[in-house]
Design a protein around this ligand. Structure first.
Ligand code: ADP
Ligand code: MG
Length: 667
């Protein structure tokens, strides 16, 4: 023992109250949420029933609080509560908040698990995850044994993965009951009232309505149709900005990252020159690909004398609530996947909202006090919007879903218990595609081939998994892993609007006449050559963070390959093997140059164009394949690769026997 010369009666410790203050504030916020008084009723309903449907206004506290209530009441019986989110950003930011509320580190009691990024540990009991992740887990564990409660959140969004999960958890619950195993509780949470459907589907589950807090909202429509909604949004914003007091924040809904970034820049530029005494503008972008710390910035309280302007995708519609918003500017547009059943491919397209979505956006203005929603469209346009959003499962390519169902041992996919069935035509087309990719036996039985079983192991689109598995035959797995990883993360190219020309000129040296995949490979190799050097990234306009994420993804994919003894070979400079390999997965999205200098898609015979951002924009190869179609003023192909007609034939002779590339000769 040390001496006792230090007299306790005379010493003084320094205590800090800051941490506790912070925690007390959080606790107070929690207790003020509209959901808090319903706590007891909620717990008892979940105790009494195996499935419960919960409806509550966005921001009432469903996502952050309900898992904690259930945990505190011990309903999870020491196993895990899963909460699914359609979006990774929501899973990440919300789990961070809940960990804070529970005063634990992320990855301890509370964690998140999204594709290629799992922070959970064996201590995690409250697990936020993307719906896609839970579905993937169900392949190896169809009974969902590690969970006692599965909360399907944001059910009104009806994403394809949530829709499939409805069927999968329902079946797991039923099976577990039959086998007298620990019961599985299912909770479906929605922000919209139209829930009879959910209740019916889950064996007439009781519906709990949570009292919301919604202040009146003034809805204003444009008098005339707007041809440029971005411009209209800017005008409206500054109109508000000149008139409304500070701290009355504005939320603008746009469709995607590029649009948001350029809008943020315009607002900052214009904001510096607003005449008169207006508040300072604090502009916060919010979209999926934004780095996490920047995402969290939107939650910070607006400083005195400032106005926060949040420029977001539809992520702020219901999955994330930001306090302080008094004004909503709704462009009426959203980026959505649209299935093209003839070509069997999804197209990304900016489309009008549904009325239900427009109402949700409106609601964001009235959470804490009366608010205003500016609709940048006319009332007549609104009337013409669809009433409800069509579930994604009825408008997307189903190849990935069908492969996953089969891998789970669900063979009768056509009669699978979907809440809303996709068309039989769409299911049959997915089956056809999987057969062409070699994942299914070609006879009538829906049986996975050994290749198909391997394909299901990768958390990737079946086309990409097919490419990885083909690399063995072309001795280029190292290169393919790099390319697939780069395609799986957000763009590694950093092209700021203001230095666009310079960025393109500096990156010219990586450009390959073989196309964008090889260009990406060149960048990857150069980056590796300098050992992931930051200065190099700055100099070459490469987004280092996304590059590192790609490295991380690559590592994970490489592990799966090693586990299944796929040979890790490199083809060196023989990049033709790489392109050949890509053909095995992407032959269905190939296009042929016509005499007139246009391209037609070999699957649909529709005209398609090379996207200006492509390395091939100024070239005219006879055949190309592409990863993505984007419909704007034209139908653009993105991420292109030059291929030979022969390779296309060889990759899918049956497919091309009907479609004949090479009908046209090229000089
Ligand atoms: P719901 O799921 O019903 O829409 P949530 O549980 O997501 O509601 O949100 C409840 C409250 O928690 C909201 O007031 C929201 O602003 C707050 N909140 C959520 N995430 C964060 C965060 N990362 N930081 C600060 N506050 C947050
Ligand atoms: Mg929520």
């Amino acid at each position: 023992m040390n001496g006792h010369n230090d007299r306790p009666s005379q010493k003084r410790f320094k205590f800090s109250q800051n941490g506790d203050d912070h925690y007390n504030k959080i606790r107070e916020e929690r207790h003020n949420l509209p959901i808090y008084p319903a706590r007891g009723r909620l717990i008892s309903e979940v105790q009494r029933h195996s499935s419960v449907v919960i409806i509550g206004e966005t921001g009432s506290g469903k996502t952050t609080q309900i898992p904690q209530f259930l945990f505190e009441a011990g309903i999870n019986r020491n196993s895990i509560i899963a909460i699914t989110q359609p979006r990774r950003v929501a899973a990440i930011t919300i789990s961070q908040r809940v960990a804070q509320e529970k005063r634990t580190d992320l990855g301890d009691l509370v964690g998140y698990c999204v594709r290629f990024d799992d922070t959970t540990s064996e201590r995690t009991k409250i697990k936020y995850m993307t719906d896609g992740m839970l579905l993937r887990e169900a392949i190896s564990d169809p009974l969902m044994k590690r969970y006692s409660v599965v909360i399907l959140d944001e059910a009104h969004e009806r994403t394809i993965h949530t829709d499939v999960l409805f069927g999968v958890v329902k079946q797991a619950q039923h099976e577990r009951k039959k086998l007298a195993m620990k019961p599985l509780k299912i909770i479906v949470m929605s922000a919209t009232m139209d829930v009879d459907h959910f209740s019916q589907y889950f064996n007439k589950a009781p519906v709990l309505y949570l009292e919301g807090r919604q202040f009146p909202i003034r809805v204003l429509y444009c008098k005339e149709e707007q041809s440029d909604y971005l411009f209209a949004a800017l005008v409206t914003l500054f109109q508000i900005h000149r008139e409304a007091p500070a701290q009355e924040d504005v939320l603008i809904f746009l469709t995607g990252q590029e649009e948001i970034e350029s809008m943020v820049k315009s607002i900052r530029d214009i904001g510096q020159n607003v005449p008169g005494n207006t508040p300072n503008l604090l502009v916060c972008p919010l979209y999926a690909a934004l780095p996490a710390p920047q995402q969290l910035k939107v939650f910070q309280t607006t400083p005195k004398g400032c106005r926060k302007v949040i420029v977001a995708t539809n992520i702020a519609e219901t999955s994330i609530t930001i306090s302080g918003v008094r004004f909503v500017i709704d462009t009426g547009m959203v980026k959505a996947k649209i299935y093209n059943s003839h070509g069997g491919l999804d197209i990304m397209k900016v489309v009008h909202l549904s009325q239900a979505q427009a109402q949700q956006r409106c609601g964001r203005a009235g959470r804490e006090s009366p608010g205003t929603c500016y609709r940048l469209y006319t009332e007549q346009q609104y009337e013409a919007f669809k009433k409800n959003t069509v579930p994604e499962i009825q408008r997307c390519n189903l190849a990935s879903v069908v492969l996953q169902l089969l891998a789970m041992g669900i063979h009768d996919v056509v009669n699978f218990d979907f809440m809303d069935k996709p068309s039989t035509e769409a299911i049959l087309s997915a089956i056809e595609q999987l057969k062409l990719l070699g994942a299914l036996e070609t006879d009538a039985d829906l049986k996975l081939t050994s290749l198909g079983k391997l394909m299901a192991l990768f958390p990737l689109d079946p086309k990409l998994s097919r490419v990885i598995l083909a690399a063995k035959d072309h001795h280029c797995l190292e290169e393919i892993l790099s390319i697939v990883s780069l395609l799986s993360v957000d763009s590694i190219l950093y092209t700021p609007q203001s230095k666009r020309e310079k960025a393109l000129a500096v990156r010219e040296k990586f450009m390959s006449s073989e196309g964008d995949h090889i260009t990406l490979l060149n960048i990857y190799r150069a980056y590796k050559g300098v050992n992931g050097n930051k200065a190099w990234c700055m100099e070459n306009f490469i987004n280092m963070r996304n590059m590192q994420t790609a490295f991380d993804v690559r590592k994970q994919l490489r592990e799966i390959c090693m586990k299944h003894s796929l040979p890790l070979e490199s083809c060196g400079q023989d990049t033709a093997s790489v392109r050949r390999c890509l053909t095995t997965g992407y032959f269905m999205s190939s296009a042929e140059l016509q005499k007139e200098g246009e391209y037609v898609s070999l699957s649909t015979r529709k005209t398609v164009s090379i996207h200006p951002s492509s390395a091939l924009f100024h070239c005219k190869p006879a055949y190309v394949l592409y990863n993505e179609l984007v419909q704007t003023t034209k139908c653009y192909m993105r991420d292109l690769c030059v291929v030979d007609a022969d390779w296309l034939y060889q990759a899918a002779p049956v497919y091309f026997s009907k479609r004949k590339p090479g009908m046209h000769t090229h000089a």
